[in-house]
Design a protein around this ligand. Sequence first.
Ligand code: GTP
Ligand code: MG
Length: 141
Amino acid sequence: MSMETTFSIIKPNAMKKNAIGGIINKFESQGLKIAAAKLTQLSKEKAEEFYSEHKERPFFGELVTFMTSAPVMLMALHGENAISKNREIMGATNPSEAAAGTIRAEYGDNVGENAVHGSDSPESAQRELNLFFEKNEICNC
Ligand code: GTP
Ligand code: MG
């Protein structure tokens, strides 16, 4: 077991359905602490940089348009094995395949509008946290 910090986004479709409280409740009740949080609307440039690993994929344009369509909530989540735990709590990328009780099963609409993002490795967590937070904005809780 190791303590980790991971990066999470509550995506525009979940923000529009007032799901912040429901989503944060799943993190907190399953052992993840909110170590930083910011509400913002992403610029096209920032969304493209964030998702640059997907830039050759056919859905890239659609993904960037969706992610910039409304405000999002950016978070640092802290806890034991936070990276894999967050992905378990989120559920499968496609909400129709996500296990019951996961965030994507509850709040996801389709494979694009799937309610949340979560870093997939320690390297991506570091890159993504650095993209959106200053070191002193993440609490050591
Ligand atoms: P993230 O936590 O958002 O990175 O999701 P993931 O790691 O479960 O999936 P992946 O990194 O493979 O894809 C990144 C994001 O691209 C997904 O969360 C979806 O929002 C979007 N995406 C993936 N596949 C499709 C697709 O077929 N169509 C559309 N429109 N979006 C997709
Ligand atoms: Mg991913």
